[in-house]
Structures are given as structure tokens and as C-alpha cells.
Design a binder for this molecule. Structure first.
Ligand code: AMP
Ligand code: ZN
Length: 136
């Protein structure tokens, strides 16, 4: 992918603050961090998003995250972290090369969790049935 910014970072054509690399994935600091230590775990091969990414690559992203996230927490003195894939523009994805955010969290850091919506029992039941039908 010639015009993919993350492919260029992986090929060292654009600079980034790398924190980890193995044969399948890299991790580097997010250029616009939500908190100090905010990092992205990125497969070296180009896939558009999570759904397009092969299982073995996703497994590597997750297993490395178990090592990388605690290291970030220790390094910045965080109390926890969020790990997030944004998938499709409606969900806020702006870079179409699979990446997982690791966002260190601090007690009372002011970042907000998802707002809640009230759905009726009937709406919940209908949605559940529709999803189960899709998964059949
Ligand atoms: P997303 O909204 O999930 O597609 O997130 C893309 C993330 O990539 C954003 O948090 C950006 O701040 C980050 N980003 C964009 N360009 C760069 C770059 N050159 N180096 C590091 N992070 C970047
Ligand atoms: Zn790419």
C-alpha cells in the first residue's frame, strides 16, 4: 500500500517513536496521545481493519499487548489501560491499516467512558434475535 501512512512508518519512510517490534507487529506512540504513553499496536502487513485481519495476526497483536501494555503502565505510572480498535469511519477510524490503541489510564484522568443509551426490553430482545440470526 503505497499511500498508507502506517506502512510508511513500518518501512521507516516516516519517523515514529517505536516501542516494540517483532517479525509480525510493531508498536509506536500515537502522535496525538489521549494520555502519556498512548501507543498503537500495528501488524507489519497491511490490512484495512480488524475484520480483514487474519486470526493469527490478531492473536499476535493481543498476546504482545499483554506484554506491552503493562510495560507502558509501569513506564508512565498508569493505573490501568483501555485497548481499542476503531473499525469503519462511523466508529472513528481514520487510518485504514489495522491498529489497536493502548491508552494508559490514570485515576481521575478526566477521560470519559461511553455514554449509555436506554433501550426497552423489547428493543433489546429484537436486537439480540437479529444478531443471533446473522451469526447462524
Ligand atoms: P483511528 O482513529 O483508530 O484510525 O486512529 C488513528 C490514530 O493514528 C490516531 O490516534 C492518530 O493520532 C494516530 N496517528 C496518525 N498519524 C500518526 C503518525 N504519523 N504517527 C503516530 N500516530 C499517528
Ligand atoms: Zn498500511
Amino acid at each position: 500500500m503505497n499511500d498508507c501512512i502506517f506502512c510508511k512508518i513500518i518501512k521507516r519512510e516516516i519517523p515514529a517513536d517505536f516501542i516494540y517490534e517483532n517479525d509480525k507487529i510493531v508498536a509506536f506512540l500515537d502522535i496525538h496521545p489521549s494520555n502519556p504513553g498512548h501507543a498503537l499496536v500495528v501488524p507489519k502487513a497491511h490490512f484495512t481493519d480488524l475484520v480483514e485481519t487474519p486470526d493469527d495476526v490478531l492473536a499476535d497483536i493481543m498476546s504482545r499487548t499483554k506484554k506491552i501494555a503493562p510495560a507502558i503502565m509501569n513506564a508512565v505510572g498508569a493505573d490501568g489501560f483501555n485497548s481499542i480498535f476503531n473499525t469503519k469511519p462511523a466508529a472513528g477510524q481514520v487510518i485504514f491499516h489495522t491498529h489497536m490503541h493502548i491508552i494508559p489510564r490514570f485515576k481521575n484522568d478526566g477521560l470519559k467512558h461511553w455514554p449509555e443509551k436506554d433501550l426497552s426490553k423489547e428493543e433489546m430482545r429484537k436486537i439480540k434475535d437479529q444478531i443471533r440470526a446473522e451469526l447462524r
